[in-house]
Design a protein. Structure first.
Length: 145
């Protein structure tokens, strides 16, 4: 005799919910805020950008690689995730010493990714810093580390 509570419809519904939930749980997994991220779209040594294309005191958003490369001073290059930690928007630009989100106005320091202005005018530190991405200089290029 079969269990009347377990109908075919219930079994299929449960399987569908489980099948949808697993990718979501996987996507939500990851390191802690501020933890160094891996190379989302490249292998160690792959070129991200020419050093000459990253202005001193600024940086560039590289949407194809999901990374922002900054150059706080002449000899220093930093890498950060290009997704805002507020709601995941692609960061818009680097200007005035900050990495800027066009969605809600969050700003992050080019030196360490710290949140210096939160979304919609909220205070500094109101959202997590940008996760670091390992980069290094090789010749005249910034590459995945």
């Amino acid at each position: 005799m079969t269990d009347p509570a377990l109908t075919r419809r219930r079994a299929l519904s449960g399987a569908a919910v489980g099948g949808l939930g697993l990718p979501l749980l996987t996507a939500c997994g990851g390191g802690a805020a501020g933890e160094e991220a891996g190379s989302p779209h490249g292998s160690p040594g792959d070129v991200l950008v020419a050093t000459a294309d990253v202005p001193v005191g600024g940086g560039v958003v590289l949407p194809d690689h999901d990374v922002v490369v900054t150059r706080p001073d002449q000899g220093t290059f930093e890498g950060f995730s290009a997704a805002c930690t507020h709601q995941g928007c692609l960061l818009a630009d680097v200007a005035g010493g900050t990495i800027n989100c066009g969605c809600h106005g969050s700003q992050f320091a080019i030196t360490d990714g710290a949140n210096v202005a939160g979304p919609s005018g909220s205070p500094a530190g109101s959202i997590p810093p940008l996760p670091r991405v390992a980069v290094k200089v090789k010749g005249k290029n910034v590459v995945w580390a």
